[in-house]
Design a protein around this ligand. Structure first.
Ligand SMILES: [Zn+2]
Length: 90
């Protein structure tokens, strides 16, 4: 968990969606019908600009990378509870 915490301010670092690569195990927000958002787990197969192709439960899903986060990352509610790091990235 330590690598997600900023050394300067002690808050959680934001995930950089562009850094999520193929082969990565991720959670993603699956938008079934715009009303029912569910969190699913899968593996990134490939990327096309800001769209990631994710294999989940035998199905391929196309998901915007901002709706994807690595399996080992702190979950979003942690950000909401404690705030996220705003330090400029080096
Ligand atoms: Zn910081």
């Amino acid at each position: 968990m330590k690598k997600w915490i900023c050394k300067s301010c002690g808050l959680y670092k934001k995930i950089i969606p562009g850094h999520i690569k193929s082969g990565r195990k991720v959670f993603f927000i699956h938008n079934a019908d715009n009303m029912n958002k569910t969190i699913k787990k899968g593996v990134v197969v490939s990327r096309n600009k800001d769209i990631l192709i994710i294999l989940s439960e035998g199905l391929l899903c196309m998901v915007k990378d901002i709706d994807v986060y690595p399996e080992d990352a702190p979950v979003y509610f942690v950000y909401n509870m404690f705030g996220a790091c705003e330090c400029p990235t080096k």
